[in-house]
Write a protein that binds this ligand. Sequence first.
Ligand code: ATP
Length: 215
Amino acid sequence: MAEAKIPKATAKRLPIYYRYLNILFNAGKQRVSSTELSEAVQVDSATIRRDFSYFGALGKRGYGYDVESLLNFFKKTLNQYRLTNVALIGVGNLGHALLNYNFRQTNSVRISAAFDINADIANTIQSGVPVYPMAEMKEQLQLQQIDVTILTVPIDDAQKVADELVAAGVKGIMNFTPIRISVPATVRVQNVDLANELQTLIYFLDHYGSKATSD
Ligand code: ATP
């Protein structure tokens, strides 16, 4: 499938098509012509045909498009195009660096909210990201529908904050603290212990030398 090459303008129309197809599907319609779609979504039918051809969805002459299979296809594609908003908790040295980095090389992930207990930094904007006080964390995470979080608080607070994240309903925690946090099985944790990674590298170099010599 040529999804990577879908033009931005086409990608932007996806939610409109999707919404309308949902209406048709719920009304029990099995097929739709590009002319019908065109009238409903106010996009000319040549554009619709071109847009759909990027998805490999080619309508059959005299039949139109199959509503259910188009709908299923859009559901999948929309997920790929969705911008995932991520929250960061603990705007210290590492937290700042990550806010500044903000995953610029990808356009599908961005840190859109940060939280910190320190009153000096809460209610400010850091590297373009609003920092909220911890008291607002649950409300903001739910309001912004954020499921993925980055944990950069001090070790001693990691478990407590992780518990708060779980209570707020997040599904994933990227844990930059050196401790292993406990979470229910429904929450996924990815541990990134930078100090440990560096120590491991040094250990291997000390004991085995570089890869070239150890192979
Ligand atoms: P780093 O460990 O990232 O280099 P640092 O040494 O600058 O950071 P830390 O003491 O590790 O600072 O704290 C990281 C950030 O986490 C600070 O901005 C601090 O205010 C914040 N923080 C500390 N405790 C909590 C907590 N319970 N909830 C949320 N944020 C917290």
